[in-house]
Unconditional design. Structure first.
Length: 378
């Protein structure tokens, strides 16, 4: 394997390694614990003391059984220390339920008939100090009430419409991902050409590269991108002429032998998406095939000799590519900046008199712009 392909593989390995995605620290959202469960302040219930205490403990267990919430018990002593008396049908003051996302208040009340009682619960949004829902449970004895209590708690919490944190809302708005993105890219590409007898590249050139691409979003992490890119190659060998320009004297002359070729590249890439804030960073890797466009033109300067030659390959004209893309929202679409390294698997031979052959490596810097189509159902 030549050095160009080895370099490309070294760039590609971190892209495909899942370990690079596991070192990200996920911050704990305010109002949630480290497991992502919403903290719910549970205040003491009012009414008949014994029944209120029994139902209070039962509500704690019922909330925990929902698996998405974790109760934070607010003691009677904490309420007394706050020196406030707030009715159960009013939102609790935030100082009492500091750090909680939701809160529950409640009370036990006698009904209109002897032996009839009601347990009424209120579920509050602590952030907005608004009531989410309230409902009551009628019972004749505590045991019967306890049997129906989990259903009442589940019913109350079913009315919660969870909202992303403000930072998450901003990112989600900025990155309204589409299933399909179409775009264009353009920039410069530095090419290195290594002849079979060379250990280091004997020629290089700086050329244009650009084309169209389509990206299909497979899931929140992985996308598949296909491209059609136009490139050209300028293979230039410089040396001193070994022929006298006239019959009387020998004058050394600098000679440039230039081989110019045009091709279409068709990369197929797998991209990973990471989003630190309102930017998207995407390492990627994949394969490309290239198709020659016409013959290679040949010109020798300063004599001005011109000719054309065909190209051939010692295998299928494909290669390996790996790179890194940064993206930011701009207007209706996304602005992209891309750096990539590519290397041919096969050797290219120009069919001139000496069969000029080389292996090619390419380092490209491009800018692009993409527009999205087809919304993702959330």
């Amino acid at each position: 394997m030549n050095k160009s392909i080895a370099v490309c593989l070294a760039l590609l390995l971190p892209v495909l390694s899942p370990l690079s995605l596991q070192a990200q620290n996920v911050p704990v959202r305010e109002g949630y614990d480290s497991e992502g469960k919403a903290l719910t302040g549970l205040l003491p219930f009012t009414g008949e003391e014994e029944a209120a205490a029994v139902f209070n403990r039962a509500v704690e267990r019922a909330v925990e059984d929902l698996k998405k919430y974790r109760c934070r018990i607010i003691s009677a002593e904490a309420i007394e220390a706050a020196e406030v008396r707030i009715p159960t049908d009013m939102p609790p003051i935030k100082e009492l339920v500091s750090g909680a996302r939701y809160a529950i208040t409640g009370g036990v009340y006698p009904g209109n008939y002897e032996g009839e009682y009601y347990l009424q619960l209120w579920l509050w949004d602590v952030v907005d100090s608004t009531m989410i829902y309230t409902d009551d449970l009628e019972y004749q004895d505590i045991e019967t009430g306890l049997e129906s209590l989990p259903s009442l708690v589940e019913w109350l919490f079913s009315h919660i419409i969870e909202k992303p944190a403000a930072a998450e809302q901003e990112i989600e708005k900025a990155w309204d991902d589409k299933i399909i993105n179409l775009g264009i890219r353009s920039g410069v590409s530095s090419h290195w050409y290594t002849a079979p007898e060379e250990t280091v590249p004997g020629a290089h050139s700086l050329n244009y590269e650009g084309g169209l691409f389509i990206t299909v979003r497979l899931n929140s992490l992985i996308s598949l991108q296909a491209e059609a890119d136009f490139i050209w190659d300028d293979l230039v060998y410089r040396g001193i002429s070994d022929a006298a320009p006239d019959a009387t004297a020998y004058i050394p002359v600098l000679v440039n032998k230039r081989y110019r070729s045009f091709s279409l590249l068709f990369p197929v890439l797998f991209k990973l998406s990471m989003r630190p804030g309102n930017f998207r960073l995407s390492p990627y890797g994949g394969l490309f095939a290239f198709v020659p466009l016409g013959e290679t033109s040949y010109r020798i300067n300063p004599a001005g000799k011109e000719d054309t030659f065909s190209r051939s390959f010692d295998g299928i004209p494909v290669g390996l590519t790996a790179g890194f893309e940064a993206a930011a929202k701009l207007g209706p679409g996304i602005l992209l900046a891309d750096i990539r390294y590519s290397a041919d698997f096969s050797k290219t031979t120009i069919n001139d008199a000496v069969k000029t052959a080389y292996n090619r490596g390419m380092l490209s810097f491009t800018l692009g712009y993409a527009l999205g189509f087809i919304n993702i159902k959330k």
